[in-house]
Design a protein around this ligand. Structure first.
Ligand code: SF4
Length: 458
């Protein structure tokens, strides 16, 4: 089974693309910084969001029941799904019972996680993703490569070519405005003929029984106001207790995701449209297992803003597909091993542990601590490659012994100076393919420290 490093190497082999991807995401990160620093009580908001999440999780069953009571009283139907299979079957049954065969969808990572599209398509239902980025990857038969910017890995020229083949636009188009117009025309027709609309859920409020969906394109609103059936799919972790809690998260979400003060459309759905139906499918799919795990439960605080991906030096240079999991980046590397520890054993190592993800996470998930804990779990479960096991064992021996450490650092300094470049940067030096070693200092820290101390003693 190939791991993250091998898949990342494929992405990084196209140097221009990797560089452009890195810059594009860094631009989003810089916008996030500007937006966050314009809010004077940003750190307090982060603390508050984390506390609200922790409190909700401590009484999750009660709040879920309260949500169901209030949503039902408002006219919605609440369905419970233990796993992806149950979720997909519920959505299919709602559609099949009403003879609906044309579904428009607004972005939902949960339905990606459950592989809903292929499930429904295999049963004769046409599924159209209506978020522009999602539609691009759907037309290209690819999964999203980022949770907020699903087609960030594609250049506008490639999208022009894709639209030419799939939507019949003129060849050679690359103007984003023209391409967006073409997609809008194509989607309008799909909205008009849809028999049902499905959305994800950004937040659900126990106190009121309503769900909140945030988009920048208004596609969730189009998809739920034209057809008579609205299906909203949410993980159990989307719940907040009170309406007042929403304000905290809405202030954090858009600023962290794209640097906007708020998403263009923030829609509150309480009960169905007149004459219509609102179905809310609440999904566990491994979340209560994660909740029971003291080390990793804070990963469930995630509000899917994508900020940890935009800042991560590994994600930016290796692309979302190198993670081979629905949610990539630092949070994906924490979540994926709880689904399949063996298949995703390499992901916790896709991190420099620089802690930048912790710094930007609006709900203060200690991501780098959790990544470290995942590494430890993978090592204990015997899931590391023999090369990594040997390397770690050797490093452990050297770092535990003062003598070996001194010897290794002296030897390293000597070899670093003496070896010719073609040997130093030979095939075996994977690290050296992307960067230069810094010039080795004449004196080590140990030498300087000794010298300083003897000078002070006089
Ligand atoms: S872990 Fe934090 S930064 Fe990453 S997507 Fe979730 S909320 Fe955003």
């Amino acid at each position: 089974m190939i791991g993250h490093a091998e898949r990342a190497a494929r992405f990084a082999a196209d140097d221009a693309r990797a560089h452009w991807h890195d810059q594009a995401l860094w631009w989003v990160r810089a916008k996030r910084d500007k937006a966050a620093s314009a809010v004077p009580d940003w750190e307090r908001l982060r603390g508050l969001a984390s506390a609200i999440k922790a409190h909700t999780q401590s009484r999750l069953a009660d709040y879920l029941e309260e949500f169901e009571r209030n949503a039902t009283a408002a006219g919605a139907r609440v369905h419970w799904a233990r796993d992806a299979e149950e979720h997909n079957a519920i959505v299919h049954r709602i559609l099949a019972d009403r003879g609906a065969t044309r579904l428009v969808k607004s972005k939902s990572m949960l339905t990606e996680e459950c592989h809903l599209n292929p499930y429904l398509e295999a049963r004769g239902i046409e599924v159209v993703d209506t978020d522009l980025g999602e539609r691009i990857v759907q037309l290209a038969h690819e999964p999203p490569s980022h949770i907020v910017l699903p087609a960030i890995h594609r250049k506008k020229e490639e999208i022009g070519e894709l639209f030419h083949h799939k939507l019949g636009t003129a060849a050679g188009l690359s103007d984003p405005k023209v391409l967006t117009e073409a997609a809008r025309g194509h989607l309008r027709e799909r909205f008009m003929r849809a028999q049902a609309g499905l959305t994800g859920v950004n937040f659900a409020v126990a106190e009121t029984g309503h769900v909140v969906v945030c988009t920048n394109e208004g596609n969730a609103d189009m998809g739920t106001s034209l057809p008579p059936i609205h299906i909203a799919c949410m993980g159990v972790e989307k719940l907040v207790p009170r309406l007042a809690d929403l304000a905290v998260f809405l202030r954090l979400l858009a600023r962290s995701a794209t640097g906007q003060p708020t998403t263009t459309y923030t829609t509150h759905f309480l009960g169905p449209l007149r004459g219509g139906e609102l179905h809310i499918v609440v999904v566990d799919n491994g979340r209560s297992r994660l909740l029971a795990d003291e080390t990793f439960r804070r990963a469930l605080h995630c509000i899917r803003c994508g900020a940890c991906m935009n800042t991560c030096p590994v994600f930016r240079r290796s692309g979302g597909y190198s993670y081979a999991y629905t949610i990539p980046g630092p949070i994906g590397s924490v979540l994926a091993p709880s689904v399949d520890p063996r298949a995703h054993a390499s992901l916790p190592f896709a991190s420099s542990l620089c802690g930048s993800c912790d710094d930007v996470c609006p709900v203060r998930i200690p991501l780098h601590d959790q990544l470290l804990a995942r590494r430890r779990d993978a090592a204990r479960a015997g899931l590391l490659s023999s090369g990594k096991r040997l390397g770690m064992r050797l490093a452990g021996m050297v770092l535990r012994s003062g003598f070996l450490y001194l010897l290794a650092s002296r030897l390293g300094k000597l070899l670093g100076r003496a070896l010719p470049r073609r040997i130093l940067y030979g095939r075996w030096n994977v690290w050296g393919r992307q960067r230069e070693l810094p010039p080795l200092p004449r004196e080590s820290f140990r030498d300087l420290y000794r010298q300083h101390r003897s000078e002070r003693r006089g």
